[in-house]
Design a binder for this molecule. Structure first.
Ligand SMILES: Nc1ncnc2c1ncn2[C@@H]1O[C@H](COP(=O)(O)OP(=O)(O)OP(=O)(O)O)[C@@H](O)[C@H]1O
Ligand code: SF4
Ligand SMILES: [Mg+2]
Length: 358
């Protein structure tokens, strides 16, 4: 348990499994999706923690656990040192004000039949905070804060562009003056030119309002400039966690190295010199993750030990205490994996079925 006052949110051994059931009357659990499968991480006050990983690795599920939208299967999440599952109704209400979420899809997350003024004003209505002319004034202030024209209060979401709709989502998230915002791929559905505008807005708001962000993205290039620290997720687990600069400069997990080598490099000469690590095969199914290190079927450095033994997420030899890597054979300085190929076939785990709390 974290008692460090700098730590705002602490995720401790968190699992979120979704049961797959079969049968019409007596539904029997036949398998589980291991969406989040043992994640430990901490979010420090005022920082931006980036979370990166391929589609389906559990980023959104983890985001929903952190914001209390999903109960966890196992493990615990603390907010300001207190377990969120043990919150009273009153604590929970305060927690829901403090911790907000911005969703991946600016189109699907806004009700098309409601006017933006009432969408942004929803949190006030739910918490019974302001009404009438006072609510309108507060909503218009929020619209101004995120760069929307307050006179567009009565318009419908369809009358706004993608970038503006994401601003509506940001305004709604800010309504209750939160401390933490979990941004779940807030720009991935937007054009590249608009992405920078929304990211700049989020950064300005962070400086102005002292916000803490968890910023989720598919690839490292999006989180590169916004994150203080970055967690790389693979198939429900944290593969590597480090200060952003360290992670980019000296990645230790072969998966991080592969993600970095796949980043597009703007300079064509540099791009030609850069050596890509090509990962073989698709991400394995989260219903039946590989044994030991779950990256072993795709890892160019895999050895027998990787099939049998799950690597711990710890500081490896020579690394600072806050650079954690879940790998038995981390990438060494100057080592290139570009010509290496994965050679070990997938060995699956026996399905582990811990008690589901919901
Ligand atoms: N409610 C649910 N019921 C069953 N399975 C689910 C549920 N929500 C997510 N999953 C599964 O859990 C796994 C992780 O999904 P999640 O949405 O968290 O991934 P993600 O990393 O956010 O992916 P993306 O980058 O595509 O948004 C996937 O295999 C997904 O199909
Ligand atoms: S533990 Fe083994 S398989 Fe896993 S990333 Fe490290 S070298 Fe690769
Ligand atoms: Mg997602």
């Amino acid at each position: 348990m974290s008692t460090d006052p700098d730590v705002l949110v602490s995720v401790e051994g968190v699992y979120k499994h979704f049961p797959i059931k079969q049968g019409i009357v007596f539904k029997k659990e036949i398998a589980r999706v291991h969406a989040v499968d043992g994640v430990d991480l901490q979010v420090r006050r005022g920082e931006t923690l980036g979370i990166v990983g391929e589609s389906g690795c559990g980023k959104s599920t983890l985001a929903r656990c952190i914001t209390g939208l999903h109960p966890v299967t196992r493990g615990r999440i603390t907010y300001e040192g207190r377990d969120i599952t043990k919150f009273s109704a009153r604590d929970l209400k305060a927690f829901r004000r403090d911790v907000q979420m911005i969703f991946q899809d600016p189109y699907g997350s806004l009700n098309p039949r409601r006017r933006v003024g009432s969408i942004i004003g929803d949190p006030f209505a739910v918490h019974g905070i302001a009404d009438g002319a006072d609510r309108k004034k507060r909503v218009q202030e929020l619209m101004e804060l995120v760069g929307l024209n307050p006179e567009h209060y009565n318009r419908f979401p369809a009358e706004f562009s993608g970038g503006q709709r994401q601003r509506i989502g940001v305004a709604r998230a800010l309504a209750l003056k939160p401390k933490v915002i979990v941004c779940d791929e807030p720009v991935s559905a937007l054009d590249v030119s608009i992405q920078a505008q929304v990211i700049n807005l989020l950064e300005d708001l962070q400086d102005e309002l002292g916000l803490t962000y968890v910023f989720i993205a598919h690839d490292l290039s999006v989180v590169r400039h916004v994150s203080d620290r970055i967690a790389v997720m693979y198939l429900g687990r944290t593969a590597e966690l480090a200060e952003a600069e360290t992670l980019y400069g000296a990645p230790r997990h072969p998966y991080t190295a592969a993600l970095l080598s796949a980043e597009s490099i703007p300079d064509p000469d540099e791009a030609e010199r850069a050596e890509r690590i090509v990962l073989i095969g698709d991400v394995p199914s989260p219903i039946d993750p590989p044994s030991g290190c779950r990256f072993h079927p795709r890892c160019p450095k895999a050895k027998e030990q990787c099939v049998e033994e799950e690597p711990e997420l710890i500081a490896r030899e020579g690394d600072p205490a806050d650079h954690l890597t879940a790998c038995h054979f981390p990438v060494e300085p100057g080592e290139s994996l570009a010509r290496e190929q994965a050679s070990i076939e997938q060995v699956s785990t026996e399905p582990v079925l811990p008690e589901v709390s919901t």
